[in-house]
Design a protein around this ligand. Structure first.
Ligand SMILES: NC(=O)c1ccc[n+]([C@@H]2O[C@H](COP(=O)([O-])OP(=O)(O)OC[C@H]3O[C@@H](n4cnc5c(N)ncnc54)[C@H](OP(=O)(O)O)[C@@H]3O)[C@@H](O)[C@H]2O)c1
Length: 349
């Protein structure tokens, strides 16, 4: 198997779980000699014996996956691209990855990592009132003239472009299929210190630990998946005989929690830290703040579904409490984050 974005939060877990299941894994990173990002991969079981190999590939360079994909049966395409707002560039990157898949002659499945942003990113919140069920056949309102990168929709649009590019190419080729995985907000343990700044969700928890946090996304509650469960979803989709080209599967537990409750959860789950939960700062302009109640009510009326992935992947999603606890513990132990503590609190007492 080849995994693009292997040094990333999700990619790193996909690599670990693939090795655990006995696969041979080609981990793609931009710089194999960047110890900050690759040491955790080189310490994984399988690296010493050669079952895990690391490969340098910058997906902006045409043909970079030709040699890597040759001989692989599956590809998990997890890496980000450099610019989601430039859709010609997004298409170009897809085209050359697809060309490497076609040239390999061995790859028979590509898991394309998209996002729930490609399901629910709306310019107009009223669209959630009209279509409140969040499931795989739901796409953002693509007819809305405000759905543009300038309005913050570049990521969601770029992901939809990539989903379609891969499934169209697979259909034309006929020898491989493309299955899309749309992960939700990933929370859970980091495996390497550099991942604390990525995400963004583990980075948000790091900020809460450090005493500063801001309200985000029109008061949208976090809609989460544990990063380890997300990895299992990717692998389950690679292995499934019940999925078909062009299908997409949302990876989430369907649990949601408001930002301020995530902040408060840290002290509830890990009282021994004495965490001084910050007040969540609201940075929105007054006209948005005036709509807070309305916006929260809209989110509360939405229904998250994960029937489809549970039908094809054997998975029990972890609770968000478990994900938060493990995320915090890893931020302390792996990335040496120091939490702000209540005044007078002595750790260990
Ligand atoms: N995290 C989430 O909550 C979430 C939610 C929904 C969807 N997703 C999607 O899941 C995927 C993985 O997310 P993540 O959180 O694991 O991301 P991440 O931790 O930021 O890692 C992404 C990886 O992408 C690689 N990358 C970026 N630009 C690249 C380029 N031009 N060429 C080659 N590699 C490049 C980086 O590789 P190097 O480290 O080697 O430089 C990085 O390790 C992304 O496609 C993201 O859109 C994530």
């Amino acid at each position: 198997m080849a995994v693009t974005g292997s040094a990333g939060f999700i990619g790193g877990w996909v690599v670990r779980r693939l090795l655990h299941k006995g696969y041979r894994v080609r981990a793609c990173v931009r710089d194999v000699n960047d110890a900050t990002k690759t040491t955790f991969l080189k310490e994984m079981p399988g690296y010493a014996s050669g079952r895990l190999t690391l490969h340098a590939a910058d997906l902006d360079s045409d043909g970079c996956f030709d040699v890597i994909f040759d001989g692989c049966q599956g590809v998990c395409h997890l890496s980000h691209v450099s610019d989601y707002d430039d859709h010609e560039y997004v298409q170009r990157v897809c085209d050359h990855i697809i060309a490497s898949v076609n040239r390999s002659g061995t790859v028979n499945r590509v898991i394309v990592t998209s996002s729930i942003a490609a399901v629910i990113s709306e310019v107009d919140l009223q669209e959630f009132v009209r279509r409140p069920v969040f499931y795989e056949d739901r796409y953002p309102d693509e007819q809305n003239p405000k759905r543009t990168p300038a309005k913050g929709q570049g990521y969601s649009m770029g992901k939809v472009i990539a989903e379609r590019a891969f499934s169209d190419a697979a259909e034309i080729n006929g020898d491989w299929d493309a299955i899309t995985c749309c992960p939700a907000d990933n929370v859970g343990p980091i495996q390497s210190a550099h991942q604390k700044n990525m995400g963004p969700w583990q980075h948000n928890i790091e900020m809460m630990l450090s005493g500063k946090y801001f309200q985000t996304d029109a008061y949208r509650p976090w809609m989460t998946v544990d990063v380890r469960d997300d990895a299992e979803c990717h692998i389950g989709l690679l292995e499934s005989v019940d999925v078909h080209n062009g299908e997409r599967y949302i990876a989430w537990s369907t649990e949601t929690r408001n930002v301020e409750d995530i902040c408060a959860s840290i002290d509830r789950l890990l009282p021994e830290l004495g965490h001084d939960a910050p007040e969540v700062t609201d940075p929105f302009p007054e006209r948005i703040q005036a709509r807070e109640k309305e916006m929260r009510a809209i989110w509360a009326g939405c229904e998250l579904r994960n029937d489809r992935i549970r039908a094809v992947v054997p998975i029990e999603f972890r609770s968000l409490d478990q994900s938060i606890r493990d995320c915090v513990e890893s931020l302390l132990s792996v990335a040496e984050v120091t939490p702000v503590r209540r005044s007078g609190f002595e750790p260990g007492t």
